[in-house]
Design a protein around this ligand. Structure first.
Ligand code: ADP
Ligand code: MG
Ligand code: MG
Length: 878
């Protein structure tokens, strides 16, 4: 087996396509070398060795030592030195490199091969003793830390003490003999701690470092990172051994990093930083402030000004690398005595804003296709563009962490109840609603708040779902909070916050900060619009929005929604002016009482729907009949019951009894959905009438035909659907007779219960469209209550029992099969049936890919997720 792959001197045994075997760093070093760029020679010990190492009790494969010795000799011969040679030693770096860059892996060791004798040889050969000792002290501390596991701080303390004793301020003030003293102190520290001397045999050093890289693959940090990012342990890491080049050889040497385009704005401008007379990590370590590579104004310290030749070469190579990889590159380089060396290249990390600009500009430049540009943007990342975000440069004090439940950032004074939030909002102040958890009664307070913070609940808790729906920031499950709402205070991390104190929450990271943190407002760029156009041009599925308020509907259209896939009429009922009528309707103990309340609601619903149809201007609108358990509308507490009884002119006693009667043990599976319409046909009748009359009114104002789609929720059998459809059809007849106008409409149903999915064929005989309600379908088919899942779902995902939270990403095998089956059966009976999905999954990119495969006509999601859904639908088509 081939374990070792060499590179250098214009050749390489590996290529960029061999990431799996060589790791990202190794594959790109090979590639750069093969295309003739100046790369210090070396070799990569493959990931297969790592795998072997763990399969064989941490032993290296036979023959590896010989292979490494041979590759090392060859590396030496390219640079004219030999490893371990006391007169002119080859020094190397040992660098880890997995397929995906991975924090937690062993850090790089530089200048390996030095000892007390070799350092003198380096001093002689370079004619620069200071440089030799500087390299040696770096090596000792790096090796001691990374390979021998000693604390970094101790070496810093030693260096600090030496500097104080010698009266030197900066590292650069230390002379050769000063470094000698530091070196001696370092070595004696190692001896003190480990009771054995620092290893001075170069071969021992080398194998120590190689072993440390492989061992670090199984350290705790690496394991945690892998499990969080779904990286299998079987991938393994590679080890790169490479001849050193020195950026610390005085004023003609330097080290730096460069980006071929600006990673935060995406601007096509070479960008980076460097440090003269420095090595390796000095640029990022923050010991000295690095200088820019280029500047618009004439800056005497830029690389362009200080090392014009090396700069020109670097800039030419950067262009070439970007052309070669067809992506923005993040580059590491070193200049040794005026000569440029390339040490690393990889696709650069970037903000979403930059990613969009770069993709669009590269497509325009012809470097990539439009399809590539569309493919390159992570749909979920678009969220970053639509919400204000925390300014990364802002100073902040983190006090707690929860789940990133709904992205964006929000700042405001703490309110511990919905009423407090409303009062503060009314007074024009910004509010963060802080609750143990939220429930439908908190809706108005949630609406009034700039952001929502809860102690309990997961990513699909009430707070999270509602907040995402509104595009409002939310952090849920911040378990570190101790909330005493009555006392108007919360304690977190030993700090006390009182009602009215300001906090900032970041729904993109789940962090909570004290005070007001600076933010950046979203601006949708032209590049974003272009990218979305390209996405729309290739997408098959339509994208609609879940919306009921005029603001949401407008927002949805602004984000490119092609209709409303779900208008939840009950959300229109929570308004203060209406809730009383809704309660009166529910609690009335006869039809007459109910009809009186319904008449008031009819007025309001009619204008709601008219407005919605007007805003959507001819685009399809699906309106769902009242769905939630009546239970949710019941009055709470004595005061509310008394007020309501007075308004309804009903004895308090009777009202209380009625409320008790309507209470349910398991409301989600109780008196809700079409069961309401069957028990109280007058509710469905009122809603249907409001829809039809609203549609006719909107046709008059807009001059466009409106074809409302009325949707019956929670159907299990065709017989149920037919009863409700009968009420709707009869209402349409009545309205047509009364107005003398024709109404074109469709009646369809939600498929959200397993039985309905199975019997989709016969339901399709009378239903003109289906919308899959995958939240309830998941809940009922898995037998998992969404509201109680938080406690164990995490565990399930951690243990790999579920690959993902089934309420976030659809369970393709189970729920997906129900969807697939329902589609097949429905299309058989009604080939032109319109099929969509309106659950939370409608905005999830992985689920959208699945919905495209099974052939849905559209997905519907909350307005703020519409752009991501458009992009995900496009990617699904590519
Ligand atoms: P990371 O994966 O953390 O970026 P690297 O292996 O790239 O670690 O190395 C860290 C630093 O050491 C980088 O700045 C790199 O340029 C420098 N470095 C690595 N190998 C060499 C070498 N052979 N000569 C000079 N500098 C090197
Ligand atoms: Mg690097
Ligand atoms: Mg439902």
């Amino acid at each position: 087996t081939k374990w070792v792959y060499r590179f250098g001197n214009g050749m390489a045994e590996g290529t960029r396509d061999m990431r799996d075997l060589l790791g990202g760093k190794g594959a790109n070093l090979a590639e750069m070398s093969a295309i003739g760029l100046p790369v210090p020679p070396g070799f990569t010990i493959s990931t297969a060795v790592c795998t072997h190492f763990y399969e064989h009790d941490c032993r290296f494969p036979d023959g590896l030592r010989q292979d490494v010795a041979k590759a090392l000799a060859e590396t030496g011969s390219i640079v004219g030195k030999s490893f371990g040679d006391p007169d002119d030693p080859l020094l190397v770096s040992v660098r880890s490199g997995a397929r995906a860059s991975m924090p937690g892996m062993m850090d790089t060791v530089l200048n390996l091969g030095l000892n007390d004798i070799a350092v003198e040889a380096v001093a002689r050969a370079s004619g620069d003793a200071r440089f030799a000792y500087d390299s040696y002290r770096r090596f000792i501390s790096m090796y001691a830390e990374v390979v021998l596991g000693l604390e970094h701080g101790a070496f810093e303390d030693i260096l600090h003490d030496c500097k104080t004793r010698l009266g030197r301020l900066a590292d650069t003030d230390l002379r050769a003999e000063d470094w000698l003293a530091v070196i001696a102190a370092y070595k004696s520290h190692v001896l003190d701690v480990l009771h054995r001397p620092f290893p001075d045999d170069p071969m021992e050093q080398l194998w120590g470092a190689i072993g440390a890289v492989f061992s670090s693959w199984m350290n705790e940090r690496a394991i945690t990172y892998r499990s969080l990012h779904g990286i299998p342990a079987s991938w393994g890491t590679a080890v790169n051994v490479q001849a050193m080049v020195f950026g610390n050889r005085g004023e003609t040497s330097a080290t730096g990093v460069a980006f071929t385009r600006n990673p935060s704005t995406g601007e096509n401008a070479f960008f980076g930083e460097y440090l003269v007379n420095a090595q390796g990590e000095d640029v990022v370590a923050g010991i000295r402030t690095p200088q820019p590579l280029t500047a618009t104004a004439s800056d005497p310290s830029t690389m362009e000004a200080v090392m014009p030749d090396a700069f020109r070469e670097l800039s030419a190579i950067s262009t070439r690398l970007e052309q070669h990889y067809r992506d923005m590159q993040d580059i590491e380089f070193t200049v040794e005595d005026g000569k440029l060396w390339m040490l690393q290249t990889r696709s650069g990390k970037r903000t979403t804003h930059a990613a969009v600009r770069i993709a669009v500009e590269m497509a325009r430049e012809g470097l990539i296709s439009r399809a590539d540009a569309v493919r390159r943007i992570e749909p979920a990342s678009l969220d970053q563009l639509l919400h204000p975000s925390i300014d990364p440069a802002a100073e902040k004090i983190e006090v707690a962490r929860g789940l990133p439940a709904s992205p964006g950032a929000a700042c405001g004074e703490i309110a511990f109840s919905a009423e407090e939030a409303e009062v503060a909002r009314m007074a024009g102040r910004d509010v963060i609603l802080v609750r143990q958890e939220t429930s439908p009664e908190d809706i108005k307070g949630m609406l009034a708040a700039n952001g929502i913070l809860t102690r309990l609940g997961g990513m699909t808790s009430h707070a999270a779902v509602v907040a995402r729906g509104w595009g409002k920031t939310c952090v849920s499950g911040a378990s570190g909070l101790e909330i005493d709402a009555k006392a108007g205070r919360m304690t977190v991390g030993g700090r006390v916050f009182l009602r009215g104190e300001t906090i900032t929450i970041d729904g993109s990271s789940g962090r909570v900060y004290a005070g007001k943190v600076a933010m950046r407002q979203p601006v949708l760029s032209e590049d974003f619009a272009t990218l979305m156009q390209w996405a729309d041009a290739v997408r098959r599925m339509k994208v609609r929005a879940n919306a009921e308020t005029p603001e949401d509907a407008r927002q949805a259209r602004a984000f490119g929604a092609e209709g409303i896939g779900l208008c939840r009429t009950e959300h229109m009922f929570f308004d203060e002016a209406r809730i009383a009528s809704v309660r009166a309707m529910i609690l009335a103990d006869d039809e007459t009482g109910r009809r009186a309340a319904l008449a008031r609601l009819l007025e309001m619903q009619r204008s709601d729907f008219q407005q919605l149809f007007e805003i959507m201007d001819g685009l399809p609108v699906t309106i769902r009949l009242l769905d939630p358990p009546l239970h949710e509308f019941l009055p709470h507490g004595e005061a509310e019951i008394e007020a309501l009884a007075a308004a309804m002119e009903m004895p308090v006693e009777r009202l209380r009894a009625r409320a008790l009667e309507l209470g349910e043990h398991n409301p989600m599976l109780g008196f809700r959905g079409c069961r309401l319409a069957i028990a109280f046909p007058e509710i469905a009748e009122m809603q249907a009438r409001a829809v039809f009359e609203g549609a006719l009114a909107a046709e008059t104002t807009t001059g466009r035909p409106v074809v409302p789609e009325i949707m019956v929720p929670l159907v299990t059998t065709r017989a149920e659907f037919d009863v409700v459809r009968g009420v709707i059809d009869a209402t349409a007849e009545t309205v047509m007779a009364q107005t003398g106008r024709r109404i074109v409409y469709q009646v369809g149903t939600m498929i959200e219960l397993p039985r309905a999915a199975l019997r989709a064929g016969e339901i399709a005989e009378t239903a003109e469209f289906f919308s899959f309600g995958t939240n309830d379908l998941t809940q009922t088919a898995l037998g998992i209550s969404r509201d109680d899942a938080g406690r164990f779902l995490r565990l399930y995902v951690d243990k790999g029992i579920y690959l993902a939270d089934p309420f976030v990403t659809i369970d393709q095998e189970g729920i997906g099969e129900l969807v697939d089956l329902a589609i097949l059966r429905a299309r058989k009976r009604r080939p032109d049936i319109k099929l969509g999905i309106c659950g939370e999954h409608g905005g999830d990119p992985a689920s959208i890919d699945f919905f495209d495969q099974v052939g849905l006509d559209y997905v519907s999601c909350s307005p703020f997720r519409v752009p991501a859904a458009r992009l995900a639908a496009a990617q699904a088509s590519l």
